[in-house]
Design a protein around this ligand. Sequence first.
Ligand code: NOJ
Length: 520
Amino acid sequence: MNSSWWREAVFYQVYIRSFADGNGDGVGDLAGIRARLPHLVDLGVDALWITPFYPSPMHDHGYDVADPRDVEPVFGDLAEFDALLAEAHAAGLRVTVDLVPNHSSHAHEWFEAALAAGPGSPERARYLFRDGRGPDGAEPPNNWPSVFGGPAWSRVPDGQWYLHLFAPEQPDLDFTHPEVLADLEETMRFWLDRGVDGFRIDVAHGMAKPEGLPDMVPMEDTGLLADHGPGDHRFDHDSVHEVHRRIRRVLDGYPDRMAVGEVWVSDDDRLAQYLRPDELQLAFNFKLLTADWDAAALRTAIEHSLATVEGTPAPACWVLSNHDRPRHVTRYSDGNADGTRRARAAALLQLALPGVAYLYNGDELGMPDVDLPDEALQDPIWERSGRTERGRDACRIPVPWSGTEPSYGFSSRPDTWLPMPEGWGPLTAEAQAADPGSMLSLYRTALALRAGSPALRGEGIEWLPAPEGVLAFRRPGGLVCLVNLSGAPVPLPEGELVLASSDVTGGSLPADTAVWLTAG
Ligand code: NOJ
């Protein structure tokens, strides 16, 4: 078990709409991924996570799945997926895909049948239909808010309500219904039989709901930022673990396959429960992604993440950015701070930590968020929040590959599903590949060292004494990582310099810089 391929792997998240467009419609697709496999091999990642590419009306850009066992024509077809999988495997890359169990699309045949069949029907029993409260049942059955804003309930013409923790076009499934779990298992086998190496499980702390769907502790619009702590009955219900045990049983029927859960549970002990030997192999730890650029905050994030996995079979699983949160270049750019410089240091921090690292497409180019005009916004959060929250489009801009004008080699056409800004020529992979000082070159070097150097081996870290505002730790293999968040230069300790995120000369470690050292 300790030698499993994923335990120290670097995964690369492909947000499919924004990675590479192979057919010239302005939307990324499977053919685009195939064409860009050489970039991923040169980068040095071990595995891909491809976000949902299944048939979908795209109310949540693929996280509203109408058929989990087919391919959305915008993204390609099953033959294209099989070809991508074969080519990725031949290139030494593993491929994992998204599993979206908590909800289906409203266009799923089950939901269409549920609407047609009416109250009390077996068709409705696969979802969470309930009568409303108040006179004529005109009030929602409970007080739960949708993560995307507004109530988590929508009313259908015959007067019943159905639950949707996300958009109304994403009705929640009822996991107490045997067919729901059986169908999930069938979906898993469908992709495992094709040869995928594992799954990323969407809303892995969802699925199970408490009996009777009681009111939750009222909170202001919780938004995606909520940590779903005690009293929030929508998530992290104890019976979710039975679902994970069923998922694990399917995975265990295939050699070397894994699942990582999107588990937005901040309590270490509650999160650790998802990592018991018969549940998930990995759970994203979002504490790095939610920590400010601050030594104490980052140290706390690292300590909690390591404490979570201690006593479980799982390694830690580090995330700096994904398609749901502002990118870290932008998060770290507060005030006059240079977010790119800090992101370079953060990359060396993330990649020096023991366990698994997930990169989000564009991290390796130092992509920032892009503020889009109102008319370009596509995320359902924008409309659901009454146009008060701009949503997640800013971190989903297509990846710039080459050239000096939009769409920078992303597509054969200049206009893309989310517009790309002027001035991104220097950000392209092509421009950065030619520059040894670029973010891309830093990632390539760091990943090559991580893969090849015994100094980066071993579980756990030892914190080292360091000046105020500086993080310093040693890996069992001997690598020392220092990150200077103090705002001023500090003396560089003795040792052989392996890699630095910014220029390190004159025996000091400048502000917002990380280094990797060995004993020399
Ligand atoms: C989490 C996904 O990462 C997010 O993009 C999606 O909107 C929700 N789950 C709902 O599926």
